[in-house]
Ligand binder design. Structure first.
Ligand code: UFG
Length: 325
């Protein structure tokens, strides 16, 4: 069977990537430290527990499965923490990736799909954002992802690595069958926090600033369903090679404000959401919306979920599921 090594396969996006790989006929092999990942999220292939920095362990797993390619999602991803503890982020996200690429090189694995982020753009001059927008990350998390893109570009020249970096906008939603979904600890993302308010787990949602230069004063983001993201990874993997662009945005091309997202959760759940307005959060650009044209041209990919309501609906059903996970 054609194996693909999925680092971070026990995480939110990684587990949906594993599901998509299995549906496409691959064997996803999850390599995860389980620091943030969950064993219960690994359902579509074997789990190998290990650190990115552990080259011997990586070699062992590569020899065991002989993967045809790597989808690399394992990373620390708390923007605020990356500001207060940048070395943790550079060590894991950049250093860890170098260790992974070294092992790939030692074991003759040439295909590499990388989980990147729109945080590489920082505060973009032009929105919707096209891939040619100059990257100016405003936090170490975004900078760490941009550094990895550079490492991969250099390894392509030196070692013939075939790579593609997918720059995600705001991942949201869950498996419609409720087998896997978003479960972070601590949770910082907007939709799960509002859902907690709808469930009565949190008293209110704080809007981080309502004085932005947007129609309702709150920040606008491009929320993309996690299954759509996962599908794009499989397409990228299958198309890696000389003609595939190396940097591709993954978003719907449509933005929703924080207030619109709150309204959507209220409509989907039928529960009141108590709202407070707080100060702006440092480093939050007013608008981040993708231009998804390149993904359509290069991957034949288009988001299936464009409206926020159905995305929130899958997240809500996941958060209300009966399983204890
Ligand atoms: N927000 C609030 N209140 C909250 C939480 C979030 O108003 O309690 C707002 C934020 O200010 C932002 C929007 O909701 O405008 C979305 O915030 P998230 O924290 O859910 O997502 P971000 O846009 O900050 O982060 C996402 C990814 C990061 C990535 C970043 C790129 O989760 O990994 O996009 O900017 F780095």
């Amino acid at each position: 069977m054609r194996s693909i090594l999925v680092t971070g396969g026990a995480g939110y996006i990684g587990s949906h990537v594993c599901k998509a790989l299995a549906q496409a006929g691959f064997q996803p092999v999850t390599y995860d430290s389980l620091i943030y990942g969950h064993e219960w999220a690994v359902n579509w292939g074997p789990l190998e527990v290990g650190e990115l920095s552990d080259g011997d362990r990586l070699d062992q797993v590569m020899r065991k499965y002989g993967p045809e390619g790597i989808i690399h999602l394992a990373a620390f991803a708390y923007v605020g923490e990356s500001v207060s503890n940048p070395l943790k982020y550079y060590k894991n996200n950049v250093g860890g990736t170098i260790s992974l690429v070294e092992s790939a090189h030692r074991n003759g694995v040439k295909k590499f799909v990388f989980s990147s982020t729109c945080a590489t753009y920082g505060v973009p001059k032009n929105v919707p954002i096209v891939e040619s927008e100059p990257p100016h990350p405003v936090n170490p998390y975004g900078a760490s992802k941009l550094m990895v893109e550079r490492v991969l570009a250099d390894c392509a020249v030196a070692y013939g690595l075939e790579w593609c970096a997918l720059r995600y906008f705001n991942a949201a939603g869950a498996d419609p069958a409720c087998r896997i979904g978003e479960s972070h600890d601590p949770e910082t993302h907007l939709i799960p926090l509002i859902i907690d308010v709808a469930k009565g787990v949190r008293p209110h949602i704080t809007i981080f600033g309502n004085d932005y230069d947007t129609p309702d004063g709150t920040c606008i983001r491009d929320y993309i369903h996690v299954d759509d993201l996962a599908d794009a990874h499989v397409r990228a993997l299958e198309r890696l090679g000389s003609s595939l662009p190396t940097i591709i945005n993954l978003g719907t091309g449509r933005g929703y404000s924080v207030l619109e997202v709150i309204d959507s959760v209220q409509a989907v759940t039928n529960n009141p959401i108590l709202v407070e307005v707080g100060a702006r959060r440092a480093g939050d650009p007013a608008r981040l919306v993708s231009d998804p044209s390149l993904a359509l041209d290069a991957l034949g990919w288009k988001a299936q979920y464009v409206e926020i309501g159905p995305i929130v609906d899958t997240a809500w059903r996941w958060h209300c599921r009966e399983s204890p996970a």
